[in-house]
Design a protein around this ligand. Structure first.
Ligand SMILES: NC(=O)c1ccc[n+]([C@@H]2O[C@H](COP(=O)([O-])OP(=O)(O)OC[C@H]3O[C@@H](n4cnc5c(N)ncnc54)[C@H](O)[C@@H]3O)[C@@H](O)[C@H]2O)c1
Length: 327
């Protein structure tokens, strides 16, 4: 193994703290820089994690020569900084959503492809222990032929400029998860409401999958993260059914006709598997292994473009009142 990888984090906000924490605490990485917008906040974050603060991205790149840059900026402000970084060729991990606009997503991916660029997106829910166990059950055929799947996720509003903030920045996890577990979504039919504060803060979708399973998605900013099971995934097949509770909380699995349910939960001493932010730590494990091996990222930024395309199909379905193909 080479020496510690030099990592820079762009963004010193709430979730950006996890970026700083992870790369400053790992033995195989060194957090060399935190690059933010607000000097005092950036300095405090950098000091806390033993890095150098910057408010100028170019200066940071010139001075620190990072081997990986992670980007954790406000949801609707990802494009300019990501484009600049893609063009430098530095390996990149960006937060979801990739961007809000499909043309911008295409530009980012085309620029990255032209450079054979390492370009990852943080769909960390895939790394939750219940999700990994659910995927293993599905891949082993324990559910039989998949027939339907449902995703529900909702909490307090994160109000943004876009009327589709909930759909694009939060339910992107749902699109990614359903395709990860069930396979490609081939069509969407959408019902959206803006009845609370003018943005489409609650969405209800009916889905077709390419494998002829069907699905539903309910995503809302008009609920509360305090509610138990505010995040719930159910996958039903001919031989069994599984349910993921609150992403990391529990996985239940039942065989058709058998009233005895199997349940995974994190055990008494296992704090790691019950920690939501730990899904990001696990994703970073896989990402660094791939980066060091010269491979593509485990979750390529293309997955962000795909979730965005499904969101835009949802908007089209809502606006036309028609089912929209996403095959
Ligand atoms: N993967 C996950 O589970 C997960 C969880 C929470 C948030 N997120 C994502 O993380 C991202 C950031 O979320 P947050 O809650 O930290 O947001 P935030 O608004 O708290 O933080 C963003 C920070 O970026 C700074 N900033 C703005 N423009 C900048 C620029 N040009 N250069 C440097 N800094 C700049 C802001 O000053 C702010 O401090 C979002 O994309 C969000 O969707 C992901």
């Amino acid at each position: 193994m080479r020496g510690r990888m030099r990592v820079a984090v762009v963004g010193a906000g709430g979730w950006g703290e996890h970026h700083a924490r992870i790369f400053s605490r790992r033995e195989d990485t060194e957090l060399v820089a935190v690059c933010g917008r607000t000097p005092a906040r950036t300095q405090a974050r950098a000091e806390r994690y033993g890095a150098t603060p910057y408010t100028d991205l170019d200066e940071m790149l010139r001075s620190e020569h990072p081997e990986l840059v992670t980007v954790c900026l406000p949801n609707e402000d990802h494009y300019d900084v990501t484009l600049k970084l893609v063009r430098t060729g530095v390996p990149l991990l960006v937060e979801k959503p990739l961007v809000f606009d499909l043309a911008e997503a295409d530009t980012l991916l085309a620029e990255a492809e032209a450079r054979d660029h390492f370009f990852a997106i943080n769909f960390n829910h895939r790394y939750a222990e219940p999700v990994q166990r659910a995927k293993a059950l599905i891949d082993a055929g324990e559910l039989g032929d998949l027939i339907f799947a449902t995703w529900r996720f909702g909490g307090e509003a994160n109000r943004g400029r876009s009327p589709h903030a909930n759909l694009i920045e939060t339910q992107c996890h749902g699109f990614d998860m359903l395709e990860h577990l069930v396979g490609p979504i081939s069509a969407v039919s959408a019902h959206l409401t803006d009845k609370t504060y003018g943005a489409f803060s609650t969405i209800a979708l009916a889905l077709d999958f390419e494998n002829r399973a069907v699905g539903t998605m309910l995503g809302t900013y008009d609920s509360s993260y305090a509610y138990p099971d505010t995040q719930r995934i159910e996958v039903n097949g001919t031989k069994g059914r599984l349910v993921i509770h609150d992403t990391v909380r529990a996985l239940t699995f039942s065989k058709a006709g058998d009233p005895v349910e199997q349940r995974w939960h994190s055990t008494y001493f296992d704090d790691e598997a019950r920690n939501f932010a730990g899904t990001f730590d696990r994703h970073v494990d896989a990402l660094l292994t791939a980066l060091r091996a010269g491979e593509q990222p485990p979750v390529h930024a293309r997955a962000g473009r795909r979730a965005l395309a499904l969101a835009h199909a949802t908007i089209e379905s809502h606006e036309t009142g028609r089912r929209v193909s996403t095959a």
